[in-house]
Design a protein around this ligand. Sequence first.
Ligand code: V47
Length: 357
Amino acid sequence: MTTIHKKILACGRLTPDECLALYRSASLPELGVMASAVRERLNGRYVYFNRNVHIEPTNVCANRCLFCSYRRNEGQKGSWDLSLDDIFAIARQHVGSDITEVHIVGGVHPRHTLDFYERMVGGVRRILPGAHIKAFTAEELWRMAQQAGLPVGEVLARLKACGLQSIPGGGAEILNDDLRARICPEKVCAQGWLDVHRSAHAQGIPSNATMLYGHVEAYEHRVEHLQRLRDLQDKTGGFNAFIPLKFFSKNNRLSATGEASAIEELRNMAICRIFLDNIPHIKAYWPMCGKAVAQLALSFGADDLDGTIDDSTKIYAMAGAHDKAPKMTVRELCQLAQQSRFIPVERDSLYHAIKQY
Ligand code: V47
């Protein structure tokens, strides 16, 4: 047994150098054993999922991230830009359904004002009063604040008053400014992304964190990213889940870099679980990684499968993900967990158990 393995079994915390050593040399089976030990300590044999839908108001975006296959200019072929009425019509389609979460995320629209987003959240809240609203990445929130000339804390407070309950983990990409300058030059800087989350946590708004990997970053960048998240989580405790997002290479300006293998996806999942010992849940986001890898990921540290989705997100299909119309029934989600001898649990957005299967 290696020193790192012994440390993990003794509930020790990995240093960044140890994390880098795992990325460089640990084998997949070794990582599976170590990540499963951490996973079992934190989440037992449970696999969480929820009943959710996404609303993607627009893919018109002021940013031009090199990895993005989704963004369009205003009026460009393939763009969409929903009005508030369009958005409310989508929300109304779910009245009387069993969904418990609406995830709202889209492009950074060049012209919309904070008032538009307040009316959006308030309207969805009135139409679906029982659903949790998880909305707007740190990038979108930072832009709203810039556009309104307000501190981001005030933007968050105003959206919270309208019904915002948590924020998703997007826009993090890799939390290193040199790399951000190369792949997403217009986006908020690494510290800015963290500050939006810190501000949300201070107001009792929990959030998630992602990492977009498998493009031009080095293992050192991934370690720095994880370290910065772990440091913030030590201070606030506001992150519920971490979601590694493998870069998909179709229809974007980083296509030439190729894509990480399934082995690398599982290795990365395991290392994230091991290193982020203070973030309770690791999500295998199946519309991105596919159902088969998501199922395997449960044996490499993941304990959460996101949700039913119901064909409501396009971002990964546009970048080349296999599932062009992602949806899963509760029965299918339960089967993924049970076939791997885990116990499926339907959760709410804050990870309270609703029903164990
Ligand atoms: O920030 C963009 C990523 C993210 C590509 O919080 C790409 O529960 C792969 O953050 N290949 C948005 N990834 C999605 C997101 C998310 C998804 C699911 C659950 C949650 C949550 C959050 O998608 C972006 C970016 O990192 N992304 N383009 C691409 N070509």
